[in-house]
Ligand binder design. Sequence first.
Ligand code: GSH
Length: 201
Amino acid sequence: MQLFYSPTSPYARKCRALIIEKSLESKIELVEVSPLDDPAALHAANPLGKVPALIRKSGPALINSPLICEFIDTLNDDRWIPANGESRILVLRQQAVADGLMDLTIGRRIEKNRDAKLQYPLWVERWERGIARTLEQLDRERGQFERSVDHGALSIAVALSYLDLRYAELDWRSAHPELGAFLERWEQRDSIRLTAPPTSA
Ligand SMILES: N[C@@H](CCC(=O)N[C@@H](CS)C(=O)NCC(=O)O)C(=O)O
C-alpha cells in the first residue's frame, strides 16, 4: 500500500503517526508529494488533489484522513479507535475537533499569505476566534483525553503541534499550560517526533 503525504500536512501526519504507533511501517510505503504541483499519481488516487490519499492492495483508493485512519486501524489488533460504544464516539469526536482546528489554522494561514491588498480581515479574525474557542473547550475537556493513548489524543496532539507551525505568534501555551504539557508528552513519542514537519516549512 502507498500513502501519499506532504511533510507539512497535519491530516497526513495523523495517518503517519498512527502507522508508527501500530508498527505498520513495513506495510505502507510513504510517498511524498506536493499537492500544489498537481502530480498525476495523486490525482489518480484523489481527484480532489489533496493529501493524504491511500492506495490499497485492492479496492479503491481511500481519501480523507478520518477514513484513512479508520482503515489503518483495522490492519492489526492493536486498536487505536474503539470498535463501538460511547468510547468510539468520544475518540471520533476528539478527532473531529482536532481536524476542525487544523481547518481553521490552514484557512487563516492561506488568508494571511495573500497579497496584503487581497486579505480579508473578517475571515482571519473569525478563524482566530474559532481557534481560541476550540482551545478553551479542549482545556475544559482535557480530562477526557490528556492521559489517553488513542487516536483521539493523537489527533489533538497533531492539531496543537500544527498551531506551533502555522500560528506560532498565538503563544497558546501561556493561556493553556496543561495542553502544553499534554503536547510535550506526545512529542516524546516516536510517532510525533518522527513526523514533525521540517523546521524550514
Ligand atoms: N479533510 C481532508 C483535508 C485534506 C487537506 O486539506 N489536505 C491539504 C494539505 S494539509 C491539501 O492537500 N491541500 C491541497 C489542495 O487543497 O489543493 C483530510 O482530512 O484528509
